[in-house]
Ligand binder design. Sequence first.
Ligand SMILES: Nc1ncnc2c1ncn2[C@@H]1O[C@H](COP(=O)(O)OP(=O)(O)OP(=O)(O)O)[C@@H](O)[C@H]1O
Ligand SMILES: [Mg+2]
Length: 277
Amino acid sequence: MPVRARRLIRKMRGGAQAHLLEGEDGAFYVAKFINNPQHRRILINEWLAAEFLRYLQIHVPDTALIELTPEFIAGNTELYFSIGSRREPVAPGIHFGSRMAVHPDRVAIFDFLPDKLLAKIENRVDFLGTLVFDKWVGNADSRQAVFFRARAKAWTPLKGEAPSRIGFFAQMIDHGFSFNGPHWNFQDSPIQGLYFRTSVYDEVRSLDSFEPWLTMVRNFPLEVVDAAWKGIPRQWLENDDDALEQLLETLVKRRAKVADLIHDAWRKRASAFANWR
Ligand SMILES: Nc1ncnc2c1ncn2[C@@H]1O[C@H](COP(=O)(O)OP(=O)(O)OP(=O)(O)O)[C@@H](O)[C@H]1O
Ligand SMILES: [Mg+2]
């Protein structure tokens, strides 16, 4: 069931011109709209990526389908895309929402942390798993995450101890350029997908450091791919059924290639992996 938007809060930074909205469920969502300036396919990419990352037990925001009614759009004149000096209206219908993990007025959410704090993130290893993911889906963007302080609740790490204290957590965001964004192909540039603060890769000693995610991706269940596909709203697909089927077939074939792609990243950008020799 989609969540209806009930309040527009503000426009966010970024090329998709996402907006922060409050839903009728009382939660806050960063929404990317179907007619955003990047491409309609960005929503499909976001949707699939979140489903796949969840299977890999990497922390991502909850996602939702967000409904904008014509009345909501008519009542919020601050809701529009800026295209040069023009204003483009946002279309009514079903859009993509990435749910904020905390109340944005009560808990600070950061786009960046200084290295000193990055070293202390409770789920730091997620950056290793996410590189495996980003290589698999050919994320043409750099890695992006948000950070906030919270107490570990439903904590299911694949590596390391379960922390009970309050600490900084990272959630991986912005998967619009998985599959090379609107292009739905795989460029496989060795340096794409890396996080700009490479200290998050300091634990990497060899390819083995990317386990268990390399094995999880190599054996990625087709049922998870299928279930993710089925969750995509019809309106987002237009005439893309065949193209999407082809994309997912290629993705499944690429599962075995990811270790090589990470190896290429190391060869081309050894400086990102200070302790991998
Ligand atoms: N779930 C979330 N929780 C908190 N903040 C979020 C969440 N999702 C997105 N944001 C915020 O919204 C901003 C825009 O989101 P995002 O980076 O996905 O958009 P974009 O337009 O694709 O950006 P880019 O130009 O980098 O491609 C982020 O920089 C981040 O600050
Ligand atoms: Mg972004």
